[in-house]
Write a new protein. Structure first.
Length: 247
């Protein structure tokens, strides 16, 4: 059975039908740039554009880069603050002609997909997925069960939100080499998270996971196993579709 998933990010909004038997996109994804400012109305229009590109008429799962309770947005670090306290399920459902829309945190969606179809499949104990992109998203699992909305990208590191120093955007904005970013930023962040949670496994997701060979071998001193996400930057789309089917 195919279900549609949409992944809202700080820089791009992408979606596709997902084959939930295999955990793969059923068609090539369609992506548009996230509007700036990323207001509820502007983002809703982009989500509608992505969905309508496929002529989709069934239920839809949508990820959001912030804390989500029910279908209400509670934080909005990398999109417009006007999202806070918006019922995103209702807003997007109305924009999509009354279709059923399921909303969840973006990293939680990616984590559920990786634990089901990817690098976390069959893993017990404490597993943490980190999505590196405009910010840092996190998904925490204990024996395969999700602890939602952890938002570990906002842990304090060197007096700043960790994502302001260790995200892919920080690397690009500051022109950091792979070595500098991996050893002086990402490694220190992973050490801090490991100190707090003692995971057996870190899964590194987001678009940068496609280039894992450039930075993961440089990271030292972390006891947990560190692996790239197998679904790479499609994990959020797959997880969103899984949430829509579960509902």
């Amino acid at each position: 059975m195919n279900v549609f998933g949409v992944d809202i990010g700080g820089s791009g909004i992408k979606g596709a039908p997902v084959d939930l038997e295999r955990g793969e996109l059923a068609e090539p994804r369609h992506k548009v740039l996230t509007p700036q400012p990323a207001t509820p109305d502007g983002v809703a229009g982009c989500v509608a554009e992505v969905v309508e590109n496929f002529g989709w008429s069934g239920p839809i799962g949508v990820t959001f880069p912030g804390v989500v309770t029910g279908s209400t947005i509670r934080t909005a670090a990398n999109v417009d603050k006007a999202w806070i306290d918006v019922d995103a399920g209702r807003l997007l459902g109305e924009r999509l002609g009354g279709r059923q829309v399921t909303i969840l945190n973006d990293a939680d969606a990616a984590g559920v997909a990786e634990m089901t179809f990817g690098a976390g499949r069959g893993r017990k104990g404490t597993v943490i997925l980190l999505t590196l992109g405009t910010g840092i998203g996190s998904a925490l699992f204990l024996d395969g069960r999700l602890v939602p909305n952890t938002e570990l990208g906002h842990l304090e590191l060197k007096g700043h939100d960790a994502e302001k120093r260790a995200s892919t955007k920080a690397k690009e904005d500051e022109g950091l080499s792979w070595e500098h970013w991996a050893t002086r930023r990402l490694q220190k962040y992973l050490a801090h998270v490991e100190m707090l949670f003692s995971p057996e496994l870190f899964i590194i997701g987001g678009g940068v996971s496609r280039k894992a060979d450039k930075f993961l071998p440089l990271i030292e001193g972390i006891r947990a196993e560190i692996v790239p996400a197998e679904l790479q930057n499609n994990a959020g789309i797959v997880g969103a579709a899984m949430a829509a089917r579960a509902r």
